[in-house]
Design a protein around this ligand. Structure first.
Ligand SMILES: C[S@@+](CC[C@H](N)C(=O)[O-])C[C@H]1O[C@@H](n2cnc3c(N)ncnc32)[C@H](O)[C@@H]1O
Length: 256
């Protein structure tokens, strides 16, 4: 690592785009770039990672991270000894950031980087993974990727079809979906914007090809936030927490 690489990382992270400043830096990267050098936001990556680690062992797993953004999960999974992480990201600046970061962190041999939008059609061919991360991507269908002329009903059908496309391609998936199509609060995917509606939609839509093993729900704990298994006391919509922290984190087991 040299100073110009660090400068380039800072430049790439700071480049403004729709999903820039979305994730915090992975732990080891944050030791190289201090928080006052780089303005980071968080969508509760550490809290989500904790819940994931509690439920699955990463060691020696082959992982696909679709919409990997600035690599928080990809780089953390590599540090938790994943055998390989295939990082897939449509935004080229984010992908350049992760490419450079992976070299600096010395994990470039265990990462595969594809800097294009995943179409959920035929890119996986004969590939198979142990774990797929599909976190907060599918509500961007018809926006970040896919047909721009979709109606909201068609988008919902496509979300299920895109999930189904992983049959035979992975054992487990960690999945999150936003409540608002394209991130637009006037385009709610569910009538009342509740967790229950989302959970029913995903459970019913996927029941022919996968089982929902668990659902993580964020709750306030002390000054912070923690994901707990779904239970009677956390299943209601909680407007105090904001939209992101109402999104359930699904753990899905595919029947292959
Ligand atoms: C809302 S962010 C979520 C980031 C990350 N998955 C998380 O939950 O922290 C969505 C990311 O997915 C990327 N993206 C959207 N559609 C994609 C697609 N079809 N293939 C690959 N990347 C995509 C965006 O560029 C963005 O970085």
């Amino acid at each position: 690592m040299n100073i110009s690489e660090i400068e380039e990382l800072k430049r790439l992270y700071a480049e403004v785009s729709k999903h820039s400043n979305y994730q915090i830096l992975s732990k080891r990267l944050s030791l190289l770039l201090t928080n006052n050098e780089i303005k980071v936001k968080t969508r509760y990556e550490e809290e989500r990672l904790k819940y994931i680690l509690k439920n699955i062992s990463i060691k020696n797993k082959k992982v696909l991270d679709i919409g990997g953004n600035t690599g928080y999960f990809t780089l953390e999974f590599l540090d938790y000894e994943a055998k390989l992480v295939h990082y897939y990201e449509g935004n080229k600046t984010h992908a350049d950031f992760v490419r450079l970061a992976s070299g600096i962190l010395g994990v470039e041999k265990r990462i595969k980087i594809t800097d294009s939008y995943f179409s959920f059609k035929d890119e996986l061919k004969n590939e198979r993974y142990d774990i797929v991360l599909l976190l907060n991507v599918l509500h961007h269908v018809g926006d970040d990727y896919g047909d721009k002329e979709l109606s909201i009903e068609m988008a919902k059908q496509l979300i299920i079809k895109e999930l189904k496309s992983f049959t035979g391609k992975t054992d487990f998936m960690f999945f999150q979906l936003g409540f608002n199509w394209k991130g637009n609060r006037n385009l709610g995917l569910f009538k009342d914007g509740t967790k229950t509606e989302m959970i029913d939609f995903i459970t019913q839509g996927t029941r022919d090809f996968c089982d929902i093993v668990k659902i993580g729900i964020p709750e306030k704990e002390g000054q912070g936030v923690k994901y707990f298994d779904q239970r009677a006391t956390n299943i209601g919509r909680n407007d105090e927490l904001g939209e992101f922290l109402n999104r359930p984190l699904f753990i899905m087991k595919f029947r292959n």
